[in-house]
Design a protein around this ligand. Sequence first.
Ligand code: 13P
Length: 254
Amino acid sequence: MKRDIHIVGNWKMNQTLQAISDFFVEMSKMKMELKCQAWIAPQALHIPILKEIAFTTGAIAIGAQNCSEHDSGAYTGEISPLALADLGVEFVIIGHSERRTIYKEDNPLLNKKVLAALKHNLKVIYCVGETLLERESNLTFDVLEEQLAEGLKNISSDKLPLLLIAYEPVWAIGTGKTASAEQAEEAHAFIRSKLSAGAESTIILYGGSVKPDNIDMLLSKENIDGALVGGASLKAADFRALCSSASAYETRKG
Ligand code: 13P
């Protein structure tokens, strides 16, 4: 089963209107060479603006970095999955380690968010990953297994094609320390072995200090289907370079 290579930019709480405009002027120059899936998750306030630009340039899918487990109601400050779907948003990142750590989102809550997003046919990038302490205590696979088992409960088989996984070792996020390609591949293969039906076609992204100079090494691995990129996705030149590398791998997966 063919798996498209995805480069997904997680802009976190960054970018101004001017920076967004500059980014897309630069990106529009590469429209013809883009052969991978290029996705961007800006901060929620900027989603409609990026949707508008993406509609014009046509090549980039726009998503959210988080959503509520509820569709609507008295939940001040939350992001409704119903509203995201209404806006034509294509995907949502759920369970990023910054949500897990800073905002104390646990696996049962994340499961509710996953199900709420899938209900509206949003694609979901569900993030998993171990801390440095967990890796050094040989707990990596236990942590991944629990995050997968609890976070992905009760997904009906017709929604599985909407699910992507991102393996983001917490110790590699924003630190400049990338997992070696072998460490990442080992974790990706483990994750794939724990997914039920449809595992062969599930996209599994790697995240954590991905840069133009390490993307090739990661994409050369069989179970690494792309990257979830923070810092290097903010600059068009780097995001373009990542997409160019990924475009070269388009036909190598399957
Ligand atoms: P960096 O690429 O900045 O390490 O961030 C990774 C990340 O958290 C993507 O979701």
